[in-house]
Design a protein around this ligand. Sequence first.
Ligand SMILES: O=C(CO)COP(=O)(O)O
Length: 249
Amino acid sequence: MSRTPLIAGNWKMYKTIPEALALVKALLPHLPKDREVAVAPPFTALYSVASCIKGTALKLAAQNVFWEREGAYTGEISPLMLKDVGCEYVIIGHSERRQYFGEVDKTVTKKVNSVLEEGLKPILCVGERLEEREKGETFEIVKKQLIGGLGNIQEIQKIVIAYEPVWAIGTGKTASPAQAQEVHKYLRHLVEEKWGRENSEKIRILYGGSVKPENIDELMQEEDIDGALVGGASLKAETFVKIMNYGVT
Ligand SMILES: O=C(CO)COP(=O)(O)O
């Protein structure tokens, strides 16, 4: 079963508009052909980046969303607005949102559903904290986040899963390819149990957590790793170009 790899850059709370434009312009000449590449700029740069990448293969993602379509929700951004600005993907349930902004599986489900209703594709993040891994709870935690976050959705084929062990985010500590593969395989098995074999073979599971040009090749060799969600190394064209062209450059 071949799954088109997806390499996505999560810029987090970095980049002014001129900086965002400079970065995407530097990426565009180097886009690989046989894989998908997406960037998730901050909300303030979405429109400018969307205009700049129009007609190219580079995809646009958002880093968060609210679940209502419109209404009196001061400070929030809806799936309708993300679609309007040109997003295809939306990152949901990132560990930083869980840690600092009270994101829980219940709100993740609402976001996943409303994003699907708008025709956008959720990138659902799951991952255990260090103390949870040390207590041997990794599988239990990711199961709770995956099944709890997806609820009873029908459109499983539109979902991308990102396994991001919290202890590997921004720390320079990457999960070893074997550690990541073990969890990815388990996540695929959970999808098979609930949504069937065919869906489990098609669903893409990205790895995130200190992905760099130096470790992307070995991570991508694992059977159940279908791409990467890249933080720090997606902020510089030089490193992100190398990552998206893994195995080539
Ligand atoms: O959180 C991440 C991507 O969503 C990973 O961040 P780093 O690549 O900086 O560890």
